[in-house]
Design a protein around this ligand. Structure first.
Ligand SMILES: [Zn+2]
Length: 214
């Protein structure tokens, strides 16, 4: 985590590099993986944990050697249980190596990091899914993870994504999340919207829309 660094700078740099290789991303940021102190996973699906590790000489090792990896305790327990029933490749190559090296920080819903970072439980897509809120005193920015996938779900929060584990809970979480941030200055950073993927939540009928105007 970059301390004393404006979030807008970090996000702008990341947004410009999302489609590129990891090396290019770090070049954009002027960082190396060793500079990263915290990695926060909203949930443990394969497309949200893929950079946790890298394959070195046939072994999956942490990509960020000096980082603490923040996982929801409930999410990890769910993944462990699921993997015991049927092997989950992403869990085995991108999560388990972190846990075995003692680099995982398993956190409860009340987790916070200093007075700038807080966890917001957003279950439904997965049982332990969380959003991360950034900002001192108020949520200046929130990272949604997969509580939403496409803009249409803002207008119609009752629409589920196919992989929502608990569709009813996912619908409730989605609406309460957008109600929480509706017509506030909080910048909402989605994981799967097309660019620009970050905006502010505004009301639209009995649903919501994203305002990208800045
Ligand atoms: Zn997901």
């Amino acid at each position: 985590m970059l301390q004393e660094q404006p979030f807008s700078y970090c996000l702008g740099a990341v947004a410009g590099c999302l489609q590129t290789a990891q090396e290019k991303l770090f070049r954009c940021l002027g960082l190396t993986p060793a500079d990263i102190h915290y990695v926060m996973c909203t949930h443990l699906h394969s497309d949200h944990v893929g950079w946790n590790t890298q394959l070195v000489n046939g072994e999956w090792v942490p990509t960020f050697p000096n980082a603490r990896y923040v996982f929801s305790k409930q999410e990890l327990e769910w993944a462990q249980t699921a993997d015991a029933k049927e092997p989950l490749a992403a869990y085995r190559d991108s999560v388990l190596p972190i846990v075995r090296k003692g680099m995982a920080e398993l956190v409860e819903d009340s987790y916070g990091l200093g007075d700038h970072v807080r966890l917001l439980p957003t279950p439904g897509h997965t049982p332990g899914h969380v959003a991360f809120c950034f900002g001192r005193g108020r949520d200046e920015l929130v990272v949604t993870g997969d509580l939403i996938h496409v803009p249409l779900q803002m207008r119609y929060p009752e629409l589920n994504f196919a992989r929502d584990k608990d569709p009813k809970l996912a619908r409730e979480t989605r609406r309460s999340f957008f109600e929480r941030y509706c017509d506030t200055p909080t910048l909402c950073c989605t994981a799967h919207f097309p660019p620009p993927s970050a905006g502010r939540v505004r009301r639209w009928g009995d649903g919501y829309r994203m305002d990208y105007s800045g």
